[in-house]
Design a protein around this ligand. Structure first.
Ligand code: RRO
Length: 313
């Protein structure tokens, strides 16, 4: 029997495929669709202290190679997602769910984590350190000192399984420096990567940008992102202590893409741009395609090939 089940933070998931935060997770109607799909679980839209409407539309555009977005963190507020997860924990108790969160400063991070700690939440927290789209707010993941400061405080106040969503890095020294910081903490996982921040996709016919916020600048996902995502997954897989697992996100639209992320070291894989394009039935297709590749290669579990990327020397 070929299986795509996985374990993360000591928790079992029937399938390693799930949505990426921001796609099909804004409200109960979208989350229900992921719940009713082949996805192993769901992550919510990143929840903030209070609800946000986000940036002006149009704020998402797909192309044949991927997507650009400047959503600006539209979300219903942490409490909404906590209530939804609480319901799901009761309705479907054999599954474990991910709550994505982001504060706008350390005090807000502490507040969000205190709310979760005080609730009946039994899931996994994904702290988003990489939103590229809030005007005037730089991506925390590129400020190494602040990352260390935040994680120091996070693990003083929060006891449950928690990981972080990181932006892509593009320099070997940055992989080394970030891994040295992350290895100091009892992180359950690192999710690599968020979108490539502040790209620009233009329409040459109209000579215009394609999304309205920030004069068209936005986070890039899809095919454009996959090689960068694979590099980040593998770089952190090589450098992080074994107790910090990797979630691979970026450019997954086929079973082969998921296979490659796992080969680079991912224990779980998330689908963003392709899920937006194809809808939650994509999880059945991706699972079947991944199983076909595993069958052809004689693999029965993800551990048969996870992280076993070969080099040319
Ligand atoms: O809402 C967004 O604009 C957004 C977020 Br929070 C994020 O983490 N990554 C992204 O591409 N868009």
């Amino acid at each position: 029997m070929i299986s795509t089940k996985t374990t993360l933070a000591g928790i079992h998931f029937d399938n390693c495929l799930m949505n990426a935060a921001g796609v099909y997770c804004y409200d109960a109607s979208e989350l229900n669709q992921i719940q009713n799909s082949m996805a192993g679980t769901f992550v919510t839209k990143t929840g903030t202290v209070t609800p946000r409407t986000g940036n002006q539309v149009p704020r998402y555009r797909a192309t044949h190679l991927g997507s650009i977005n400047s959503m600006g963190l539209p979300n219903k507020g942490l409490q909404y997602y906590m209530d939804y997860i609480s319901q799901q924990q009761k309705a479907v108790p054999h599954k474990t769910y991910f709550q994505s969160i982001a504060g706008f400063n350390l005090a807000e991070d502490e507040y969000l984590l205190a709310q979760i700690q005080a609730s009946d939440f039994t899931g996994v927290v994904e702290l988003n350190l990489s939103c590229p789209n809030v005007p005037g707010k730089p991506q925390i993941g590129y400020d190494f000192e602040t990352v260390e400061k935040i994680l120091t405080r996070v693990f003083e106040v929060y006891r449950g399984p928690l990981g972080i969503k990181l932006p892509p890095y593009f320099d070997i020294v940055h992989f080394d420096q970030m891994a040295t910081i992350l290895n100091q903490f009892p992180l359950a996982f690192v999710n690599s990567v968020n979108s490539i921040g502040n790209g620009l996709i233009i329409d040459s016919l109209s000579e215009r940008v394609t999304i309205k916020p920030k004069h068209g600048f936005g986070g890039i996902g899809g095919d454009y992102l996959k090689p960068t995502a694979l590099a980040n997954v593998h770089a952190f897989y090589q450098r992080l202590k074994p107790s910090i697992q990797i979630i691979g996100t970026g450019g997954i639209k086929s079973g082969q893409d998921a296979f490659e992320h796992i080969l680079c070291g991912a224990s779980m894989v998330q689908v963003g741009t392709a899920l937006h394009a194809e809808g939650p039935q994509i999880f059945a297709r991706l699972t079947a395609e991944l199983k076909t590749i595993m069958y052809q290669k004689g693999y029965t579990t993800l551990t048969d090939f996870r992280g076993k990327l070969n080099y040319l020397d």
